[in-house]
Design a protein around this ligand. Structure first.
Ligand code: PMV
Length: 372
């Protein structure tokens, strides 16, 4: 597959009006993506658990323009409120994907989005948000090209989502998704995410992720800037190589169910991601004192309980606590007793690995068949 495969051929009908709704999840990377080249191509492969509870629901209504023009026309609403400040990001997303969705300028869109998690929680909403819009646009394209196969649908949805936000490429399907070319993952690509097809040990089924909301504020350095700082980073080459090796090791772990090795890779990946930030120029720190307190408590608890609880971090201060489903009761008790005091307003979110995005509605309100 190359980019060219995602440029649509002749559409079989024109949809004048319609509406699609998708529920699309967030994801948490086990091997991290940090560093990219244009256009949103990862410098190393990554793997993530697709989440279940943390999601965005997006409805896209579209209507053909009566008078043709050369601009993207849309309004975006977040949790019922019109969001002018979201428009530049969507406009640049549309610009990036226009070649693959050549009909965009012929329509007026109304986009309504809501998140299952608080907007200001510090949980990245770009993965779920951009994947939800990409899926809605794919449903629209499929209305005009009904013979489209579902494998192509998902691949192109991931491809488009990636152009909006890199990690969004991993938010289409579940439970484990690889994004970035890797010799041991058949079909893997820098262009889109692929579901991990190999046998996965049952201990990883519905793997738990309790997200501790340590800091809900705006990040001091955005992911976009952080990725850019990898260009002249002194350790970049070693890091990209290490991520590839960690993915190889993770594939074996996922097959065999070796939780001790899983913990080692996941925690090392989280700390390496933040080490890259701390050794960028300019350098920055996204962890907060409470992030460190939580990490130390997890290490102490793991040593004393012998349970398989570990942490990972995204580009922020929040801590994702990962553990097998069968250890849920004991770990949740530990979180309640020892970790909630380090969370803002004692807030945390219970999530687990999930199966990917779901279409809630797809409706053509009027259409015209095109001549062959
Ligand atoms: O998708 P972006 O550009 O916001 O990058 C985020 C990357 C990390 O979340 C830090 C790691 C990852 O692989 O998800």
């Amino acid at each position: 597959m190359t980019e060219r495969n995602f440029i649509p051929e002749k559409l079989s009908s024109i949809q004048e009006k319609g509406q699609c709704t998708w529920k699309s999840p967030s994801n948490i990377a086990l091997v991290k993506y940090w560093g990219k080249s244009d256009p949103q191509l990862p410098k190393n492969p990554s793997i993530s658990f697709t989440l279940d509870a943390c999601h965005t629901i997006t409805t896209l209504s579209f209507k053909q323009k009566e008078v043709k023009d050369d601009v993207f026309s849309f309004d975006i609403f977040f949790e019922g409120k019109k969001k002018e400040d979201f428009k530049p990001k969507i406009t640049s997303f549309f610009e990036r994907i226009e070649i693959y969705m050549p009909f965009l300028k012929a329509y007026y869109f109304e986009i309504h989005s809501e998140n299952s998690f608080p907007h200001s929680s510090g949980i990245a909403s770009s993965a779920s948000g951009l994947s939800a819009i990409a899926l809605c646009l794919m449903s629209m394209e499929k209305l005009m090209n009904p013979s489209m196969e579902s494998s192509y649908f998902n691949q192109k949805a991931s491809f488009l989502a990636r152009l909006g936000s890199g990690s969004a490429a991993r938010s289409i399907e579940g439970e484990l998704v690889v994004w970035g070319t890797h010799a041991e993952v058949a079909g893997s690509s820098n262009l889109y995410g692929v579901t991990l097809e190999q046998a996965v040990h049952p201990v990883f089924k519905k793997y738990q992720d309790t997200i501790l909301l340590v800091d809900k504020g705006e990040k001091v350095v955005s992911s976009t800037v952080g990725h850019q700082l990898m260009h002249k980073h002194p350790f970049a080459a070693q890091r990209f190589e290490q991520a590839s090796q960690n993915l190889s090791a993770m594939l074996a772990v996922l097959k065999e169910g070796d939780l001790d090795r899983f913990i080692e890779i996941v925690e090392s990946e989280a700390l390496t991601l933040h080490a890259m930030m701390m050794t960028s120029m300019p350098y920055f720190i996204l962890m907060k004192p409470n992030t460190m307190e939580i990490i130390q408590k997890i290490w102490d608890f793991r040593a004393s309980s012998k349970l398989h609880v570990c942490f990972t971090l995204d580009a922020g201060a929040n801590v994702h606590v990962l553990y097998p489903e069968k250890e849920k009761e004991a770990v949740l008790e530990f979180i309640e007793n020892e970790l909630v005091d380090f969370c803002q307003k004692k807030h945390y979110i219970c999530d687990s690995a999930g199966n990917g995005a779901v279409c809630l509605k797809k409706e053509a309100l009027s259409s015209t068949k095109l001549e062959k």
